[in-house]
Design a binder for this molecule. Structure first.
Ligand code: ASP
Length: 280
């Protein structure tokens, strides 16, 4: 059993030392809680659980504490993918729900599994997700100062369960100050992808991650037999021609955990039952 989580990138411009430490402590607690949960649950259930905890923590830009878009509204995106069945479900630009990843999970058994905008919000209401404001005063202050920041803290989790199954979930409040309607990578196969061989969750600038098809490429390379470290190296090399800003976490079917970032300030934590590693 293995769990790895990320909390996005530290903003180079406005993350003080105390916030950095608080994020690291939160990551440590959440990765341990998620590992405990994995003992009794599947990888799929665990990634939803871990991302819910990360969404509920105001330190991270997903769920409560999400970034505000250019028109003053918050629109969030999240996806979950089951590597065993290769089903992915997600919500794009959903409004006023506490946990977008839970709405994404609810969509898993449906034929129509990725919903956007008003349809996603309506589906949430019809399924008992009450209206909930995920805005916090700090984000409003940043919005008023017109601080759109790149890569401020999408969250994600990859888990490998005791049956050898892999799942991944990713959730974001976006880049901040976006044109309404902008679509993040988080609910696409570029930002969140898994099969029976590997699962990958990304953070960073969504446009760069989509241009590089980052998660799908890493997973495909591992599926075709490339060691996970080489799959990461090659895929991150391909971001360089356009200075792509991305970070990714992964677990393969042999239990190897891996992470890489193009601009080293991604915060993440992993746990294999013995050692908690926290970076960033
Ligand atoms: N990937 C997210 C987006 O582009 C932002 C982030 O990771 O912080 O919406």
């Amino acid at each position: 059993m293995k769990v790895i989580i990320h909390g996005g990138f530290f903003s180079e411009s406005h993350t003080d030392a105390a916030t950095k430490l608080a994020k690291q402590e939160a990551m440590k607690a959440i990765v341990k809680a998620s590992y405990d949960y994995l003992k009794e649950h599947s990888a799929l259930e665990t990634v939803a659980y871990a991302v819910t905890l990360l969404e509920d923590d105001v330190l991270f830009n997903a769920g409560t504490g999400s970034q505000i878009q250019s028109d003053g509204k918050i629109r969030m995106s999240a996806a979950i993918m089951d590597g065993a069945t290769q089903k992915m479900s997600g919500v794009i630009n959903i409004e006023e729900v506490k946990n977008p990843v839970q709405v994404a999970t609810k969509l898993m058994p449906y034929d129509d599994r990725v919903l956007g905008g008003e349809g996603a919000t309506r589906f949430a209401r019809d399924n008992g997700f009450e209206a909930f404001s995920t805005e916090i005063p700090q984000r409003r202050k940043e919005y008023e100062a017109k601080l759109g920041t790149k890569g401020l803290g999408t969250v994600g989790c990859v888990a490998l369960d005791k049956d050898g199954k892999i799942a991944v979930a990713t959730s974001t409040g976006g880049k901040g100050f976006e044109i309404p309607g902008r679509i993040s990578d988080s609910a696409t196969v570029a930002g969140n992808y898994a099969n029976a061989f590997c699962g990958v969750s990304c953070t960073g600038v969504g446009e760069d991650i989509v241009s590089n098809a980052t998660s799908a490429k890493i997973v495909t390379r591992v599926t075709d037999g490339m060691p996970i470290s080489e799959a990461f190296a090659k895929t991150f090399e391909e971001l360089k021609p356009y200075d792509g800003f991305a970070g990714a976490i992964a677990i393969d079917h042999n239990g190897n955990m891996f992470h890489q970032d193009s601009h080293p300030s991604m915060v993440f934590a992993s746990y294999d039952g013995e050692n908690v590693e926290v970076f960033g």
